[in-house]
Design a protein around this ligand. Structure first.
Ligand code: SAH
Length: 265
């Protein structure tokens, strides 16, 4: 008897709300057929939340044709102008990419990612973010993610078709979901994407006011700070504390500005 067996008592069956809280985000998709094929891949595994960020062509007949019996997933797909908008209410976003980058510290396997997403999906929406067919995920897109998922593939040819990558991750999520009826509660009240983005924006403003960051040549400071915080993951309360510190520093600087000769030359 598997945990999904309807004869099991209700509290031993996997919770469908967990799958409903897992969002598949496709960033800047070029080919509408891939959007349809991704919708089909999702529906076969019980996922339904598709979000499209700035797709080149959508809605489209090729997308419908490739979706086959999953046109309902396409019909309910949300289209967003930016990835930040797609992740605003998510407490965990994992970027799916074949390439290791230095933007995101943590690299997970699909199995590890599935476990993490399902546990976190108990409290709210979580997301898997897939990149454009040609260019993959940009560094800016990855900087909005707290971890990276890589499908271990043939090192001589490791780039799967976009919808095939969606299928692999959706399958692993379903296997993990079927295999476990209850998940450990996340140990903290994680900040949402929007709360974390507002914190970064506040930090950038404060560091500029403190003349630590020169907006004329910012270098990679903000990207490095994003990576630092993505590594720890931020709780709502921690974001509030950090923003309080920034505000205190800004107020102190405004009350006692630097002598002009100490400013930037
Ligand atoms: N040329 C692109 C590949 C894009 S394939 C690049 O090098 O990044 C389209 C998307 O499918 C990727 O952005 C990623 O989300 C997913 N994908 C394809 N192969 C993958 C792999 N081996 N591991 C993780 N994601 C993969």
């Amino acid at each position: 008897m598997t945990p999904s067996d309807p004869k099991l008592p209700a509290n031993n069956r996997p919770d469908p709300n967990l799958l409903a809280n897992i969002r598949i985000v496709l960033a800047r998709t070029s080919h509408p057929g891939n959007i349809g094929a991704a919708a089909r891949a999702m529906k076969t595994m019980g996922l339904s939340q598709l979000v499209l960020v700035d797709p080149a062509v959508f809605p489209n007949s090729q997308a419908d044709a490739m979706a086959s019996g999953a046109t309902d997933v396409l019909a309910r797909a949300r289209v967003c102008a930016s990835l930040a908008e797609a992740l605003a209410d998510a407490t965990l976003a994992l970027g799916v990419s074949a390439r290791r980058r230095d933007i995101v510290a943590e690299v997970l396997t699909p199995v590890e990612a599935s476990t993490r997403l399902l546990a976190e999906a108990q409290t709210g929406p979580v997301a898997l973010v897939f990149g454009n067919e040609t260019s993959g995920l940009s560094n800016e897109e990855l900087s909005l993610c707290q971890g990276l998922v890589t499908i271990a593939a043939n090192p001589d040819y490791s780039s799967l078709n976009l919808a095939a990558a969606v299928q692999v991750l959706s399958y692993e999520i379903r296997q993990a979901w079927l295999g476990q009826a209850s998940w450990p509660q996340p140990e903290m009240d994680a900040a949402s994407g929007d709360e974390v983005e507002k914190f970064y924006a506040h930090m950038e403003t404060a560091l500029t006011e403190l003349e630590f960051l020169n907006p004329g040549s910012p270098g990679k400071l903000m990207l490095k700070l994003r990576r630092l915080f993505a590594r720890t993951r931020l709780a709502k309360e921690e974001v509030n504390i950090l923003r309080g510190i920034l505000t205190a520093a800004q107020e102190a600087r405004r009350a006692a500005p630097r002598e002009p000769n100490h400013g930037p030359k």
